[in-house]
Design a protein around this ligand. Structure first.
Ligand code: NAI
Ligand code: MG
Length: 357
């Protein structure tokens, strides 16, 4: 037995509530099996919060998250809110919650399920053994730097600035080395140190942090080369650590190695064990309400929560093993099915996984 863990559940829009419902079944089942106790508190978030409360991130939702040990998020967004002004857009809530909760490390595993290799565009032999994690810096760099428009000698110009402090690089590097310690003990630090000053600071800092982890092997890869190597030798990577914009691009590339966006989980971490867990996909308005969304990305996000926030390694493994078992048995949701006529729905997939835990 352990103390009750508080989980803030913010399902959001579109397929968010559909996939979150399956994740909740998994939480319930692991309570029964392992004697854990989870206290779930629900908050409005995203488009639905805009409709009902006039803001994508209501204060009480943020308060629920701040009081919780972990946050489980579905997805937000949809065409209904696309033409809204910035402060009334669901995505603004997403940036806001990450910033407000101090979540500076975004962690995305890309794992190849043998039985799903046919869903990837890469050759099976290239993918063989791929099991990597991208650790992306989430609250600094060019996405958060000063931006401006001005008149230059040749007409209108736009400026984006990229800033990184030693402290920001140090903490994300440390997250990466800590994760690598529990895996294949390899870190690939990705930068553009041949041209960018922020990248030179990045590299110096990573080298300094690496000294504290003598058993972890460090390689430096330039970002353009990394984009190539991810397609050429994905299985040689273990932990890839990089800055915000490079990480945005490379983590989407890495996601595609595995075939479907409906399979991939993520964690956003700050100081301590607190974390926000969510599937990497969006609200999928095209399939929302049809009961066909793949819940595996969200279920695997629960497994990540068990491992990274609660230290419930046994349950994390049980959930991951259950997913693999159900896939090995040939069950597929529409997005990963070769034979679309045999595809099962969201609830059926959730039930099978719950039964296999
Ligand atoms: P999306 O990830 O929602 O959908 C892309 C494609 O993948 C669609 O064809 C969709 O049907 C499919 N798909 C996604 N998740 C799936 C699942 N679990 N099972 C089966 N198929 C799945 O990305 P899109 O279409 O670019 O964006 C839709 C909305 O979601 C937009 O409003 C966007 O801003 C928002 N979005 C939100 C994110 C978040 O909440 N973290 C992340 C990405 C997009
Ligand atoms: Mg992206």
């Amino acid at each position: 037995m352990s103390d009750a863990k508080k989980i803030a559940v913010i399902a959001g829009d579109g397929i968010g509530p559909e996939v979150i419902a399956e994740a909740e079944k998994v939480l319930k089942r692991t309570e029964e099996l392992f004697g854990y106790k989870f206290e779930l508190e629900y908050g409005l978030f995203g488009g639905i919060a805009i409709d009902e409360r006039g803001t994508p991130l209501p204060e009480d939702t943020l308060a629920i998250c701040q009081k919780a040990d972990a946050v489980l998020l579905g997805a937000v967004g949809g065409p209904k809110w696309d033409t809204n002004p910035k402060e009334l857009r669901p995505e603004t809530g997403l940036l806001g919650i990450r910033k407000a909760l101090g979540l500076y490390a975004n962690i995305r595993p890309a794992v190849i399920f043998d039985c799903l290799k046919e869903a990837s565009t890469l050759k099976p032999e290239v993918l063989e053994g791929t099991d990597l994690i991208v650790v992306r810096e989430l609250t600094g760099g060019i996405y958060f730097g000063d931006k401006l428009r001005r008149e230059g000698p040749n007409g209108q110009e736009a400026v984006d600035t990229c800033t990184y402090s030693v402290k920001e690089v140090e903490r994300i590097a440390r997250s990466a080395f800590e994760i690598a310690k529990t895996r294949k003990k390899k870190v690939a630090s990705v930068d553009k140190a041949n041209v960018l000053e922020t990248s030179r600071l990045w590299r110096e800092t990573v080298i300094r942090v690496a000294a504290d982890y003598p058993d972890v092997e460090l390689e430096h890869v330039l970002v353009d080369n990394c984009a190539m190597q991810l397609l050429r030798r994905p299985s040689s990577f273990d932990v890839i650590v990089t800055e915000n914009m490079f990480g945005d691009i490379l983590s989407d590339e890495a996601a595609m190695l595995t075939g479907s966006i409906g399979m991939l989980s993520s964690a956003s971490l700050g100081e301590g064990s607190f974390g926000l867990y969510e599937p990497i996909h969006g609200s999928a308005p095209d399939i929302a309400g049809k009961g066909v969304a793949n819940p595996i990305a969200t279920i695997l996000s629960v497994a990540l929560m068990f491992r990274l926030t609660f230290g419930y390694h046994e349950a994390a493994e049980a959930v991951e093993k259950a997913v693999k078992e159900v896939l090995d048995a040939g069950h597929r949701t529409w997005d990963i099915a070769t034979d679309k006529s045999a595809a099962i729905g969201t609830g059926a997939m959730g039930d099978l996984i719950v039964a296999a835990i």
